[in-house]
Ligand binder design. Structure first.
Ligand code: DMJ
Length: 629
């Protein structure tokens, strides 16, 4: 009624004013991008800490993370860093949910103390990474540049040169040197014997020009696959691959030793898969991994030593229900990696359970473990004997290596490792006479024995690896002393080759050497441990004496163990240069480990299996270090 009573002019003014107000309102609303944010930020402003009132405490303390202490080791626990940049980009291999590339540590370190540079640096890194192209290697597989272990460009004319794509995209390859060529030559000679007389069988018998069978699974061929890759032996690799594709069958009624087949076959297939990117090797690894699983079906979940991979049954050795401690605790790197690659948790679960169980067990002596464990009770047996040699050795090695593999987060493994090394120092370390060589002996029911297996020579390398990964520098000092001793185990012997076991002299006597050898221990099986440690020592110190020592050893292998018609042989007597008594057997680890570590020792290319990206299993098969979470 009132509206009607207004003049036309009055009505127009009111309509105009109303419209004006509506338009202003809309404009001011839309100019706020996220209107609700203003409320939130207002609330955050309101949350500014009140000036502290003496005696008054908040009932619910703030949930924000506490600032880091200045001395906290942020490098080891990047997730705790208050300035943690967003996750750097990763390259993936295998199933898309799995990463194997180490984080961009360069970017990480540069930006950690300057958050304003984080985004800029990461964008740059991302850009650089995108421009890095995947390259096709001669093996016909796609290699991601950061993960590739492309062998240095071979100089020999019968080895193929890298393609032009590789030459453009990759760092200048470090040329192969004379000593590495000598390793290639040795490998080819060994391979010739295997190919001519033992192709597809487990081990070459080079003198009788035949073979021996252990599992009947082409052990030497599988153990040697990644060595051929690393040495750049294209033709040999392709031929061996064909055999794996067409002839390697695991569906066989055969008993295999769980540990040996894990470290040599599963480990060899997994590392070859990583180096080549060829899924054939992953498929085979899954197959053998699954077939080994029945070993874990025991009352204690400590696995049996033997599995029938065709029947799916497992059992302990005939005379006991015990397993060897080193064997049940040195299969973890491989099964954990198999879970990471397949997404199937059962593999890792089974081996992690063993480690957790052993972690809690009584019967250790300052971290040192006995040699046997019962598969029914889960308890250590034959208590009181402690060694770093046969039956216990790789337990210590895998404590450290699992910790590294998993991104240095599994503290129990590190604790056990550190405690064990303290145990070694306290109970097993001694010095010989007259040269005062530091060595690791054995303890039997409180009695020290100055006996050291050649197997113990893995220890300097492991200690050095730990020190490289941030553990105490004392470990490096001990490593330096021990590798010197291991070298003396070669150089004080007539052939320049170490026996299987030595006894050190503890009391000085005129004209006596530090090292004594008993008749039963005079054999040499072409073992890798000293060369393995020399490789780590050279990588971490750059001291050329380690290369020179390795070179002497290679020459002595050539002098006393090389069989003219092909292959190398174990010998029975390292003390008799005129007749070292060949044993007629070339162990698969000579190709899998000894020659591989020799080649790496003589290389000056730290990216040829970069030790910040790969961890070697106990059979020298490199597996990727997982990206820290
Ligand atoms: C290899 O099978 C492995 O290195 C294992 O850890 C110990 N024995 C041989 C080599 O000596």
């Amino acid at each position: 009624k009132k509206w009607k009573q207004l003049s036309r002019l009055q009505r127009s003014v009111i309509i105009f004013l109303f419209a004006f107000l509506v338009v202003c309102g809309v404009i001011s609303y839309t100019s706020m991008e996220e209107p609700w944010k203003s409320l939130t930020s207002k609330r955050l402003d309101d949350q500014k800490p009140e000036p502290e009132i003496p005696g008054l405490k908040l009932a619910n303390p703030a949930v924000l993370p506490a600032p880091q202490k200045a001395d906290a080791n942020l490098g080891d626990y990047p997730e705790l860093s208050p300035q943690r940049p967003p996750k750097p980009p990763h390259i993936r291999r295998g199933p898309s949910n799995l990463q194997i590339k180490a984080p961009r540590r360069d970017v990480w370190l540069k930006t950690r103390h300057d958050p304003s540079r984080v985004t800029e640096e990461l964008l740059q890194a991302d850009k650089e990474e995108k421009t890095e192209k995947s390259v096709i290697s001669w093996r016909g597989a796609v290699i991601e540049p950061d993960q590739s272990t492309e062998p240095p460009s071979p100089k020999t004319k019968d080895l193929e040169k890298p393609s032009s794509v590789e030459a453009e995209d990759q760092k200048e390859p470090v040329p192969i040197n004379e000593r590495q060529l000598a390793v290639i030559e040795a490998f080819r000679h060994a391979w010739k014997g295997y190919k001519d007389f033992a192709w597809g069988h487990d081990e070459l018998k080079p003198l009788s020009k035949s073979y021996s069978e252990w599992f009947g699974l082409g052990l030497t061929l599988i153990d040697a696959l990644d060595t051929m890759w690393i040495l750049g032996l294209k033709e040999e690799f392709e031929e061996a691959r064909k055999w794996v594709a067409n002839d390697l069958v695991f569906d066989k009624n055969v008993d295999v030793n769980l540990f040996e087949s894990t470290i040599r076959i599963l480990g060899g297939l997994l590392s070859t898969y990583h180096l080549s990117g060829d899924s054939l090797f992953l498929e085979k690894a899954k197959d053998i991994g699954n077939r080994l699983m029945p070993a874990f079906k025991t009352p204690s979940k400590i696995p049996y030593s033997d599995v029938n991979i065709g029947r799916g049954t497992a059992h302990p050795p005939r005379w006991t229900s015990d397993s060897t401690v080193a064997e049940v605790t040195s299969i973890q790197l491989e099964f954990r990696e198999l879970t990471r690659l397949t997404g199937d948790e059962k593999f890792q679960k089974a081996v992690d359970e063993v480690m957790k169980h052993v972690h809690t067990l009584s019967g250790k002596n300052d971290g040192l473990v006995p040699m046997f464990i019962n598969t029914n009770s889960g308890q250590f047996t034959h208590l009181g004997v402690y060694t770093l040699g046969a039956r216990a050795d790789s337990y210590y090695e895998y404590l450290l290596k699992q910790w590294i593999q998993g991104g240095k987060k599994e503290n129990e493994l590190l604790e056990d490792y550190m405690r064990a090394i303290e145990g070694v120092k306290k109970h097993l370390l001694q010095r010989s006479q007259p040269r005062k060589l530091t060595f690791v002996g054995e303890l039997a029911h409180g009695h020290f024995s100055a006996k050291m297996d050649h197997l113990v020579c893995f220890l300097p390398g492991t200690l050095a690896l730990g020190a490289h990964n941030g553990l105490t520098a004392d470990h490096m000092k001990l490593a330096e002393a021990l590798i010197k001793t291991c070298y003396q185990m070669y150089s004080q012997v007539e052939t320049g080759l170490s026996p299987e076991i030595v006894h050190f002299n503890l009391h000085a006597q005129k004209g006596q050497k530090d090292v004594e050898i008993k008749p039963a221990d005079r054999h040499n099986l072409l073992r890798p441990e000293t060369v393995e440690s020399l490789f780590y020592m050279y990588r971490f110190t750059g001291d050329k004496k380690y290369q020179d020592w390795g070179w002497e050893i290679l020459q002595n292998f050539n002098k006393y163990t090389r069989v003219p018609t092909g292959g190398y042989t174990s010998i029975n007597n390292v003390q008799n240069p005129s007749n070292p008594e060949p044993r007629d057997k070339m162990e698969s680890f000579f190709l899998g480990e000894t020659l591989k570590y020799m080649f790496l020792l003589f290389s000056d290319d730290i990216d040829l299996i970069n030790l910040d990206k790969y961890v070697f299993n106990t059979e020298a098969h490199p597996l990727p270090i997982w990206v820290p979470a």
